[in-house]
Design a protein around this ligand. Structure first.
Ligand SMILES: [Ca+2]
Ligand SMILES: [Ca+2]
Ligand SMILES: [Ca+2]
Length: 149
């Protein structure tokens, strides 16, 4: 397996003839390029079309790949966004309350969190990095993050 690609299995469930018995079937694997050493993937609708897209944290290329869903379980080529040093996880949530899902990335080597605010179409504003202590105290609440002290 390549270390710069993520692998997806699309899963479908067929109800068996027996009542309430499910038989999971997987189609052939599809590999998508991401950055170097993808370490975490999170699914969330990032462009507002109703289908979950993928956000991939790439440990060694210090960036985040966003793969938009075509609506059938296949994905467009990744759009990469630079983040902090050594991203190891990513989570999506509407952090600024404008109705679209933004991204928060934990950076292992730079000891901070990168926040990417969504324009609403799956593209993102320039990354803003926060130290963990800043997040805890809510010092950056002026940017619209809903933080508690
Ligand atoms: Ca989507
Ligand atoms: Ca938002
Ligand atoms: Ca937005």
């Amino acid at each position: 397996m390549k270390f710069n690609a993520i692998s997806l299995f699309s899963c479908t469930f067929l109800m068996a003839a027996k009542a309430f018995a499910f038989d999971p079937l997987f189609s052939a694997r599809i590999d998508y390029d991401a950055g170097s050493t993808p370490s975490w993937v999170f699914a969330s609708d990032l462009d507002g079309d109703g289908y979950d897209d993928l956000a991939v944290a790439n440990l060694n290329s210090d960036n985040l790949s966003v793969l938009r869903n075509n609506g059938d379980g296949t994905f467009q080529v990744p759009l990469n966004n630079g983040v902090g040093n050594g991203p190891v996880s990513v989570f999506a949530s509407d952090l600024d309350g404008d109705g679209d899902n933004d991204l928060a990335v934990a950076n292992f080597n730079s000891d901070n969190v990168s926040v990417l605010r969504n324009y609403g179409d799956g593209t993102f504003q320039a990354v803003v990095n926060y130290g963990a202590s800043q997040l805890w105290r809510g010092e950056q609440s002026h940017v619209g993050l809903r933080l508690r002290s």
